[in-house]
Design a protein around this ligand. Sequence first.
Ligand code: MLT
Length: 314
Amino acid sequence: ALLATSVSAFAEYPEKPITIVVPFAAGGPTDKVARDLAEALRKPMGGTIVIENVGGAGGTLGATKVAKAAPDGYTVLLHHIGMATSPALYRNMQYKTLDDFEYMGMINEVPMTVIGRSTLPANNYAELAKWLDANKGKINMANAGLGSASHLCGLLFQQSMKIDMTTVPYKGTAPAMTDLLGGQVDIMCDQTTNTTSQIESGKVKAFAVTTAKKLTTPSLSKLPTLDEAGLKGFNVSIWHGLYAPKGTPKAVLDKFNAALKTALKDAEFIKREEALGAVIVTDARVNPAEHKKFVEAELNKWGPVIKAAGQYAD
Ligand code: MLT
């Protein structure tokens, strides 16, 4: 009877709005992926999908909220590489990345760009490097808090440049971008989903991309990779995935995974994402087991890098 109840209880899933928690402020890259994906999920999922932005502590507050939510399929997390970097930064993490979530599949990979305020007296990477060197001790770099993608990229950039910068944390790179546009901060490492339109409008200066290969987006294709600009081996791209609280029923996870696979093939979704430099993952990476294996590998890759930086959030 119990089995019958649990199966029938979820046969009609979803019967109420599904909340996708975005662990950063509205308007930023994580939020952008979530809203684009929610549009594409509505048809295959059936029912309403709402986005809830829970910013703070580099994404760990939002992730904690979902780890502790009811495992009923109505609260899920859309998060990024922070799933693999935060554990090395927060000594009293409220969740275990590999134990406290059901892995629902990956979504995309997004390149990052190194950008600066429009008043910065540098118009290419070489001039930026000179300016940074000449202004040691006075540089303000924005990010979305320890554990964010912009934090990770900024950390690696500072280490590669051997220049320490003052980092200014925000609840997401949308508010960070506002201050960069206002000239309150000097530079930022941020995802193309947030920077492409600002670069195209000339409101910020773009200096390089963080991926191993140049980008094909027309307005970004001339930007050098940091690797070819001199930071040998620099290669960072930000992956996004979906997570449910541990214990969410398999029937729910299976339905969500099938809907996700359909959503990632939605022409409008692909168009919106690819126009901003994002690359949708292959079906193989939407497979929950593959997703979990990838995150475990990323935890093992970034953990030592972050620990070596000796940065702790608490
Ligand atoms: C990050 O740096 O982690 C993201 O850009 C945060 C955000 O989506 O605002």
